[in-house]
Design a protein around this ligand. Structure first.
Ligand SMILES: Nc1ncnc2c1ncn2[C@@H]1O[C@H](COP(=O)(O)OP(=O)(O)O)[C@@H](O)[C@H]1O
Ligand SMILES: [Mg+2]
Length: 258
């Protein structure tokens, strides 16, 4: 691999669900290291399916996914676990262990690379705890270590989820509607931390977002999906309100642009 090679190369990606529904109909995409790719589209366009194929939470039924020069379309077992360590993910609902402390939630992000025994006994190596503290600092939660996860606000919980993802030392961070459960102000604070990871840590980010305004503000590139197909791929500023209406129709505007 040279630095010009794409980090992620997707060719003809298809997903037909067992009921016969074609959620992805041949998507091509190349992502370079360090990009902040925002994926937009109306509900049902295939955004979640697409992003979940990349870390193989969903198995594609056609096409290929090449990551870091390796075909990962059908890897299993150890190789799949390695892929999932390199490609971390955060979710709309944060997916924290609610009754556990913030620190424990963050520490479990390193589980794939550590033994599970210390975690059961809550005996984490000092180095791990220091790392967790560092990442909690990075997402602006330096004093929350001992709090229970469910005592935090939604925006704080999503930032804990980001810190947990960072414990894997990922190359790519996938985010499926990371701010869809948050109010606008909190959404921006979470998006700013994601942007900082991309700009300062060089982490490549692929995020599904519901709002065009967020896509424009934080993305370095926008991919638009419609009915499982790519309908736009370009710079955020190229996707004007008019362009958006042209793709999705007048009716979509009220709901999607904010
Ligand atoms: N497990 C499934 N079985 C059948 N159809 C599904 C399944 N999951 C999603 N779909 C359908 O695939 C399409 C794309 O879904 P999804 O990727 O969740 O879209 P988005 O995230 O853009 O809203 C939708 O029409 C959805 O109903
Ligand atoms: Mg979705």
């Amino acid at each position: 691999m040279t630095t010009d090679d794409p980090l992620l190369q997707i060719q003809g990606l298809e997903k037909v669900y067992p009921n016969g529904y074609k959620a992805l109909r041949g998507i091509d995409l190349e992502v370079k290291a360090g990009e902040f790719l925002v994926i937009i589209g109306l509900s049902g366009a295939g955004k979640s399916t697409f992003i979940r194929c990349i870390n193989r939470l969903i198995d594609p039924t056609g096409g290929t996914i090449t990551f870091d020069g390796r075909d990962i379309t059908r890897v299993r077992g150890r190789e799949l676990r390695r892929v999932r360590r390199d490609i971390a993910m955060i979710f709309q609902q944060f997916n924290l262990v609610k009754r556990a402390t913030v620190e424990t939630n963050v520490l479990t992000g390193a589980l794939e690379s550590a033994s599970t025994l210390p975690s059961l006994l809550n005996l984490w190596p000092r180095e791990r705890r220091e790392q967790a503290a560092h990442f909690l600092d990075l997402v602006g939660l330096p004093d929350m270590r001992r709090r229970r996860a469910d005592a935090l606000s939604g925006g704080q919980q999503q930032r804990v989820a980001i810190a947990r993802a960072l414990m894997q030392n990922p190359k790519v961070l996938l985010a499926d509607e990371p701010v869809a459960s948050l109010d606008p102000a909190t959404s921006h604070s979470v998006m700013k931390y994601l942007k900082q990871l991309q700009e300062e840590q060089g982490i490549t980010i692929l995020a599904n977002l519901h709002f065009l305004s967020l896509a424009r503000q934080y993305g370095t590139r926008v991919l638009a999906l419609k009915d499982g197909k790519r309908v736009f791929d370009g710079a955020p500023e190229e996707i004007t309100d008019d362009k958006f209406r042209e793709i999705y129709g007048e009716d979509a505007v009220e709901v999607e642009i904010r």
